[in-house]
Design a binder for this molecule. Structure first.
Ligand code: BTN
Length: 249
């Protein structure tokens, strides 16, 4: 994949800008990086706090030639790429399905993949927010978020992290496009996540919550959760939180 990087000091949201560019015909590999976002978005319409210089705010335009049912694997593939980029700079992350990268139980990165119709076909915009420092965390996230600086005692630049990230995205996106790519991508996710199986979780769904133990992923990346009656629920979308048992740290 060829990367073209457009940098902004301030922008509303790198995902919004990448979508604009995709509608104007941008090729796969266009990346938008901003030092600051004024309307950074997370999943479910949440705000992604995006202070100047505190994070990497990055979006990439992809034009995947995947079957539609495999599109959700783009979020998992991106998670694997972020994981390995962070590992390269000294952080040991874990994944929580579907888009959270954690260190311990604290979030260091979020991923927001959005599809957009363009004159040349469907594009997927993958937005990645990585916390570089915890210094400007607002009170609401101070207890639940972490950063590269907090984990390594070193402040890395957004450019250093972006360089590593684009290298791993190119590698794992290439794997996803292979004939056996979906299964391989799930295998990579499995090797890197303690949430793959055997984790007690509560899942918040649009119509309620369910509790159970994770039981692997379906071939399209959906999460399998085994409930206390032995049945398996397939979760295509929902918020997962770890259930702590007495005696857990
Ligand atoms: C989440 O965990 O809810 C996803 C957060 C995604 C944040 C990134 S920051 C770069 C890109 N631009 C946005 O507006 N959102 C994503």
């Amino acid at each position: 994949m060829n990367f073209t990087i457009l940098r902004f000091d301030t922008i509303d949201s790198t995902n919004t800008e990448a979508a604009r560019q995709a509608r104007l015909g941008a090729d796969e590999g266009l990346c938008i990086i901003a030092a600051q976002q004024t309307a950074g978005r997370g999943r479910h319409g949440r705000t992604w706090v995006s202070e100047a210089g505190s994070g990497l705010y990055f979006s990439i335009v992809l034009r995947p030639k995947l079957e539609l049912r495999h599109l959700p694997l783009i979020t998992l593939m991106t998670g694997v790429a972020v994981h390995d980029a962070l590992k390269e700079i000294g952080v040991r992350p874990d994944f929580k399905w579907v888009n959270d990268i954690l260190v311990g139980d604290k979030k260091i990165c979020g991923i927001l993949a959005e599809t957009v119709e363009t004159p040349t076909g469907l594009a997927v915009i993958v937005g990645i927010g990585i916390n570089l420092t915890s210094r400007n965390f607002p009170d609401e996230i101070a207890g639940t978020a972490t950063s590269i600086e907090a984990e390594t005692d070193e402040l890395k630049s957004a450019d250093t992290v972006a360089e590593s990230l684009t290298r791993y995205i190119a590698y794992f996106y290439g794997i996803l496009a292979d004939e056996n790519g979906p299964a391989e991508t799930i295998g990579h996710w499995r090797q890197r996540s303690t949430y793959f199986s055997g984790k007690a979780v509560r899942v918040t769904l649009p119509d309620g919550t369910l509790e159970g133990v994770t039981d692997g992923l379906e071939e399209n990346g959906a999460l399998r959760v085994k409930t206390s009656d032995g049945s398996v629920r397939i979760i295509q979308a929902g918020d997962v939180e770890r259930l702590r048992k007495l005696g857990d740290e």
